[in-house]
Write a new protein. Structure first.
Length: 289
């Protein structure tokens, strides 16, 4: 019987996560051909913002195909652009140039390999899934074997271009402090509460829907970040403070993001980063590392 993706990943689980050293160089490359037709996996907050920009004619590509486990959600977004809601991701792969994964870490495991095996490029929004370095390596190999690319947007963080450049040299320290309203974590508290302190991989496993930024930072600098997560009832934004020290010098950034109206766990900037990357594919002048 043929092995599933999960079976192959389980066979690879021989090493401890602490041996992780991430290098994003082969995951993020320049697109070699135009992107005209895009499919979307996951029809939640990020997909809605992307689709709204497509309706306004500001996206630079066409979003024509939509998949969600809830078919009604896919049909609703498809109706905005006269697109198609599909019952199976495979049904869109013969028609698209690129697929945006905007669903969840399990979707990265279960669906992204299918996209890459079809030779289609993919943009992954659920970056936390790639803190499983076996999965990351597996997807990278699939992309290479099928002449495809995997794109990782900067998401809700500012300054990742600088961090990636700094990683050319030696990085000595990298840390992230994330502060969100308790409602973003689905809890209630009337005082500032530290929910987590530790490694990025552990943070992602404990808060898979809240801390993709930890994965983005770790992948960008090739070193697992130290992470602190705070629930703070006094804030109505998602705040991310980054500190990186290396032989280049020092980077400190603070990003205060508005939450998506339909999903407080998701920052508007995360959706905007996907939109900007989609627009960038067909631009002649490209700014940034």
């Amino acid at each position: 019987m043929d092995k599933t993706v999960k079976d192959e990943l389980l066979e690879l689980k021989g090493n401890e996560y602490n041996s992780l050293l991430i290098n994003s160089a082969n995951l993020v490359g320049e697109h070699k051909h135009p992107v005209n037709i895009v499919g979307i996996i996951g029809c939640g907050a990020i997909a809605k913002i992307i689709t709204d920009y497509a309706v306004a004619g500001n996206l630079g590509v066409e979003t024509n195909f939509f998949y969600d486990q809830n078919l009604k959600k896919a049909k609703k977004l498809a109706a905005q652009v006269d697109g198609v809601a599909v019952r199976d991701v495979k049904d869109m792969l013969g028609h698209v140039d690129l697929v945006v994964e905007a669903a969840s870490p399990p979707a990265v495991v279960d669906l992204v390999p299918t996209v890459l095996q079809a030779g289609k490029d993919v943009m992954i929004m659920s970056l936390g899934a790639l803190m499983d370095f076996h999965l990351k390596d597996y997807l990278e190999d699939l992309a290479r074997q099928n002449n495809a690319h995997v794109y990782l947007p900067s998401g809700a963080l500012a300054g990742l271009d600088g961090v990636r450049s700094a990683a050319v040299g030696e990085i000595m320290e990298v840390s992230l402090v994330t502060r969100k309203n308790p409602l973003s974590f689905g809890i209630k508290t009337d005082q500032e509460t530290v929910l987590f302190e530790g490694k990025a991989g552990d943070a992602v496993r404990k808060f898979p829907a809240n801390i993709n930024v930890a994965a983005a930072l770790s992948i960008a600098c090739g070193r697992e970040a130290e992470v602190k997560i705070i629930a703070d009832p006094s804030v109505d934004y998602n705040c991310h403070q980054v500190h990186v020290v290396g032989d280049f010098g020092e980077i400190k950034t603070t990003t205060q993001n508005r939450s998506c109206v339909t999903n407080p766990k998701t920052s508007v900037l995360a959706a905007y980063s996907a939109i900007k990357l989609l627009k960038r594919f067909n631009q002649t002048l490209k700014v940034g590392t």
